[in-house]
Write a protein that binds this ligand. Structure first.
Ligand code: FUB
Length: 323
């Protein structure tokens, strides 16, 4: 499937997280809508209020089932506003949905909701994860352990934290200072807390030097982790540089060596993705704002096949390739 395909033509869905459970592919997107909130650098216009889940047996030619609303802001006891990019993991017979949401003080926290089914509905815990902050949780299951990757700059509030503590004043590195890293943390056995202090996800260049703040390929948001041929592929959005990039490491904590661009800029400010293998092929799930005429808060979800070369390098895809 070399030509990209829109997945939900009758609604706006963004930020896909994708997993295969028992041979079926499940998609967990953000649900964009026209809330009327004005656009700003804090991302207030991404004012999402619920999640849907989609599933399919055949991503290339089959139907996508919409399982409807599986979690809504009004069901979450600690909710303020803005349900951004979520992810789901299975442990035992329970499915755990991890979601970023501003609390009643307008601070992003990461919450957990559970279900006995991959298609929900999900029941939220009473409080967010202790010590959680910022946005865009993505979960890796590796050898029985579960790791969460998270963080996002600007509206994602990552610049408000250092060493996992809230700063008095936000600090964004500049120039040749080391770029702000995403975070990785192992989850507790019961999956609803952190088992340790979050650690930085350090991306290094070919000489082993951490990427700097002025590097156009530095991390901004939208962490995703997948494994290919035993290596750990950390991929992410460069935000204001509008590319999806990736870096490779030897273990879940990194460091990760920068490799290249997965997807060139799409129509719309944000770019965000998931990478998953299904029925022997690899796919990139992402979004753009073509169907809404370029409105960056009304995004449409797409899928396209992803290919590797013989050395395991991802072949760059064009963000403006027509669906
Ligand atoms: O959908 C809201 C935010 O936009 C996500 O959390 C970011 O990754 C960006 O896609």
């Amino acid at each position: 499937m070399k030509t990209p395909k829109y997945l939900v033509p009758n609604d706006y869905m963004a930020d896909p997280a994708v997993h295969v459970f028992d041979g079926k592919l499940y998609i967990y997107p953000s649900h964009d809508w026209e809330s009327g909130v004005a656009e700003n650098d804090n991302g207030d216009h991404f004012n999402m209020k619920d999640y849907h889940v989609f599933s399919t047996d055949d991503i290339e030619n089959g139907e996508l089932t919409d399982h409807g609303v599986v979690l809504a802001v009004e069901d979450i006891p600690w909710a303020g506003r803005q349900l951004w990019d979520c992810d789901v993991a299975r442990k035992g017979d329970t499915y755990y949905m991890y979601f970023p949401l501003k609390d009643k003080n307008d601070i992003f926290r990461i919450g957990v909701a559970t279900s006995k089914n991959p298609y929900g509905p999900f029941k939220p815990e009473a409080d967010p994860i202790r010590g959680s902050y910022s946005i865009d949780p993505a979960i890796l299951e590796d050898d029985g352990a579960y790791y969460m990757y998270f963080g996002g700059l600007w509206g994602g509030q990552l610049q408000r934290y250092k060493d996992n503590k809230a700063l008095e004043a936000a600090y964004l590195p500049e120039g040749d200072e080391q770029a702000l890293p995403a975070r990785v943390v192992r989850l507790s056995e019961d999956m609803v807390q952190f088992a340790e202090e979050p650690r930085p996800v350090v991306i290094i260049d070919a000489e082993g030097k951490p990427l700097t703040a002025d590097d156009p390929h530095r991390f901004f948001e939208a962490s995703w982790m997948h494994k290919y041929n035993g290596k750990y592929y950390f991929s992410y959005s460069t935000g204001d540089k509008h590319e999806l990039c990736y870096a490779i490491g030897d273990n879940p904590y990194g460091p990760f060596t920068y490799q290249g661009v997965i997807l060139t800029p799409v129509v719309g400010w944000t770019t965000h993705h998931a990478i998953a293998e299904f029925k022997g092929k690899w796919y990139l799930f992402h979004h753009d704002s073509v169907p809404s005429g370029g409105l960056t808060w009304l995004r449409s979800m797409k899928v396209v096949e992803l290919e590797y070369d013989a050395e395991g390098r991802i072949l760059t895809l064009e963000g403006t390739e027509k669906a």
